[in-house]
Design a protein around this ligand. Structure first.
Ligand SMILES: *Cc1c(COP(=O)(O)O)cnc(C)c1O
Length: 366
């Protein structure tokens, strides 16, 4: 039996990509908002059903550049149950992350615990959609309006996710997407920022290209975070296959759920009502006192069988060294989930037989 990795990048048919990039040899236009870049922005606008999508070299720099666009200061309320990029973007822009706990159902930020954390220094909320589930945008929006705060979503896990027909990209003042090779939709490395207001889209698009206004006039001190044409071409191909890709993930995720939902000793992530997920990950919480083994033991048992799994998100991002010595809020639910969660293999071409084998090993450990 072959090795099963925790993830495997989706790839378009080879010929399709070769065909897509071949015109680049004629134009010799490799980057700086080329034809592929423009076309991918346009196609993503249609896909998300939003007006302002700006591509970026990766998701992390999209987050940092969004923070630059809003010119924020002070404190940003966020979650420690995320990939370290979220927290690092806040720290690297000179802001202070204030950690709010997550809820114990879908593990997104607990919107009922945000208000007590708001101070006169708070300038924004940066919630994270996790594993294909969405944050409680309605409650977050109300708080943001009440206190005049920006809402910036880390949507790295939420590409293609919709709630009652509304795209995750349409939430907040801005949303970041990561198009890293391991994500549901990718451009090898890449990302995007989606803005509610066109003026912020314009500023972001300048910010990712040195802030320049024209060949003869400099603007503000922007950086460089542009997506190149080969990445944009990969995105154009992958976007054509996204529905099939998500449906394949859905089939694998549902097969896991069928086999594991009756194992009462483990906890699965909640399925949100009205939400069309993208089945980005399949996380399972193993509590030693209930299941008899902790997640490290489950991970080791899977590894013995040549099956990869990932402790994700672990550790909590509130443990990043820059915050050592500062007061960091206790977030007991986030700590519990982070200490006990394991993401099982999930990717587009994961076979039913592989899902069955993985579930068989877990069940045999009970
Ligand atoms: C992947 C990811 C990022 C970073 O995106 P990159 O494209 O790798 O820079 C940020 N936040 C979350 C939640 C992610 O999963």
């Amino acid at each position: 039996m072959g090795k099963i990795l925790v993830t495997r990048s989706s790839m378009p048919p080879k010929e399709e990509y070769f065909n897509e990039i071949s015109s680049i040899w004629d134009t010799r236009w490799l980057t700086n908002s080329g034809v592929k870049h423009q076309e991918l922005e346009e196609n993503l606008r249609k896909y998300f059903k939003v007006s302002n999508v700006s591509l970026c070299v990766n998701g992390h720099l999209a987050l940092e550049t969004i923070l630059e666009v809003f010119n924020l200061s002070g404190e940003v309320i966020t979650t420690p149950f995320t990939f370290v990029s979220t927290t690092n973007s806040i720290i690297r822009k000179g802001l202070t992350p204030v950690f709010c706990d997550i809820n114990d159902r879908d593990w997104t930020i607990d919107a009922d615990k945000i208000e007590p954390l708001i101070t006169e220094k708070t300038s924004a909320i940066m919630p994270v959609h996790v594993y294909g589930n969405l944050c409680d945008d309605e409650k977050i929006r109300k708080l943001a309006d009440k206190y005049g705060l920006k809402v910036i979503y880390d949507g790295a896990h939420a590409f293609g996710v919709e709630k009652n027909g509304v795209s995750s990209a349409a939430l907040g003042d801005a949303t970041m997407f990561s198009f890293h090779a391991t994500k549901v939709f990718h451009t090898i490395e890449g990302g995007a920022a989606v803005f509610k207001d066109e003026s912020n889209y314009d500023k972001f698009s300048k910010c990712k290209s040195f802030g320049s206004i024209s060949p003869d006039e400099l603007g503000f001190a922007g950086g460089n975070a542009k997506m190149n044409e080969f990445s944009a071409a990969m995105g154009l191909c992958n976007l054509r296959h996204i529905e099939d890709s998500i449906n394949s993930r859905k089939a694998a995720a549902e097969r896991y759920r069928e086999q594991l939902q009756n194992v009462k000793e483990i906890q699965l992530n909640a399925v949100q009502e009205g939400v069309k997920s993208n089945y980005a990950y399949f996380p399972v919480v193993f509590n030693k006192e209930i299941f008899g083994h902790n997640r490290d033991e489950v991970m080791a048992e899977l590894a013995k069988n040549d099956i990869g799994a990932r402790k994700y998100f672990y550790p909590l991002t509130s443990t990043v060294k820059d915050l050592a010595g500062t007061k960091v809020n206790d977030t007991p639910i986030a700590k519990y989930v982070s200490d006990n969660v394991l993401c099982l293999p999930l990717y587009e071409d994961l076979s039913n037989a592989d899902v069955d084998r993985i579930c068989g090993i877990i069940k045999s450990m009970k």
